[in-house]
Design a protein around this ligand. Structure first.
Ligand code: NOJ
Length: 401
């Protein structure tokens, strides 16, 4: 591939990501039902969220101004198929307009087909515990690919399936709040099957499509380097969280989507599974508003881990909650530097998508965490570009010059 600026390929994609439920507003799915139980921080509901469903043009115009060349968004299954087998033409037309707007601006869309939310009727049938959901997902994907496939090359079949399976079915933290390892296991198996099915459906329609998964990969290390139990725990976590899913699916990933947030030093404790996996705070690295430590070099380590799968990589998410915008500019600079170093080592990386384009509904944590390059005033839905978004724009300009 032709290269510029020493390391960045000419067609390297720069941009940001969002997901439907977190930004659109007025969704009606299994999450909105669960939000009524008061489990979200401060009893919040996703409600109007960031109002993106109606304001996507304004948001994309800003993305364009900021130099973005790719945008990742998700399609909300519950809007497309509000009742079993009944597909809403208006909703399909809406997403057509969204994709056309991106194309008009010269921004390449990346479309996620499932990002944590289910139509209520799917959940009533048992959601991802039910094998039937695989075929229901396949029918939904076929519809999207038939209706919108002419506008999309880059697809994500499912977002962070391992995180969802454990948060919803093992740690009881997300809907439907189950705590059963056997169920969690069947859920992740069903995601493997659904991903493979989605991959086939998309490729049947367009052999040149690029299909991947947004994989949540963590950099796990032993808290005490020479402690056998910590090392075993790190090895086990790497295998279970990072490797198992990829081993099952990499042959059906045209590119590996990498969501990078966490660097986990692990200390073995005999105090229940959740505590066992709770990371130790490490060497006073700066922290996001959610208390997540910032360790850019973990991204570089993960690139090296991924080499064995021999697939191009796109960073499909990377970001932090930072309301004061005090760390974001350096955060982006340092993570992009890791990409640059990895490119120089010969790792094939094709894009970087920051999480997120706009502030949004952070699931159980609600609206307090501010992940956006663009700030949202939730009272007025007014958009304000954060200073770090301009730093990112300058990085993009420099690396594309
Ligand atoms: C990954 C998830 O895909 C996204 O929905 C979430 O907002 C970010 N992580 C930040 O937690």
């Amino acid at each position: 591939m032709e290269t510029q600026n020493k390391s960045f390929p000419k067609h390297f994609f720069w941009g940001a990501a969002t997901s439907a439920h977190q930004v659109e507003g007025n969704n009606h799915n299994d999450w909105t039902e669960w939000e009524k139980l008061g489990r979200v921080a401060h009893g919040e509901h996703s409600g109007l969220a960031s109002g993106h469903y109606d304001r996507y043009r304004e948001d994309f115009a800003i993305a364009k101004e900021l130099g973005h060349t790719m945008h990742r968004l998700s399609i909300e299954w519950s809007r497309i198929e509000p009742r079993p087998g009944i597909f809403d033409q208006q909703a399909i037309a809406h997403y057509r307009d969204v994709l056309l707007e991106l194309r008009r601006l010269g921004i390449e869309p990346m479309v996620t087909l499932w990002h944590f939310t289910n139509p209520i009727w799917v959940q009533q049938l048992g959601g991802w515990t039910n094998k039937q959901t695989i075929d229901l997902y396949g029918r939904y994907v076929s519809t999207i690919v038939r209706e919108l496939g002419d506008l999309v090359t880059y697809w994500i079949t499912v977002n962070e399936p391992t995180v969802y399976s454990s948060s919803s079915y093992l740690f009881s933290y997300w809907p439907p709040e189950r705590k059963n390892p056997i169920t969690a296991w069947s859920v992740i198996r069903n995601f493997v099957a659904a991903h493979r099915l989605g991959y086939q459906i998309i490729h049947r329609h367009n052999p040149n499509a690029k299909v991947g998964v947004a994989n949540n990969l963590n950099h796990f290390i032993p808290a005490r380097r020479n402690n056998y139990l910590d090392r075993t725990l790190a090895t086990f976590s790497r295998y279970w969280h990072n490797q198992w899913w990829l081993d099952q699916t990499y042959l059906t990933q045209d590119f590996i989507g990498l969501n990078y947030y966490f660097y986990h030093p692990l200390r073995f404790k005999i105090s229940g599974l959740q505590n066992l996996l709770r990371p130790e705070p490490q060497d006073r690295a700066p922290m996001s508003d959610l208390g997540w430590e910032i360790h850019p070099h973990g991204l570089g380590e993960l690139f090296d881990f991924l080499k064995k799968y021999d697939r191009p990589i796109i960073v499909t998410e990377n970001g932090l909650a930072d309301a004061a915008d005090q760390f974001r500019a350096a955060f982006i600079r340092d993570h992009v530097a890791e990409i640059e170093k990895a490119l120089q080592r010969g790792v094939r990386i094709q894009g970087y998508l920051h999480w997120s384009l706009i502030d949004n509904f952070e699931w159980r944590e609600g609206f307090a965490p501010r992940f956006g390059l663009i700030a949202i005033d939730y009272a007025t839905l007014q958009r304000t570009i954060r200073p770090s978004a301009y730093t990112y724009r300058d990085i993009i300009r420099q690396r594309s010059a």
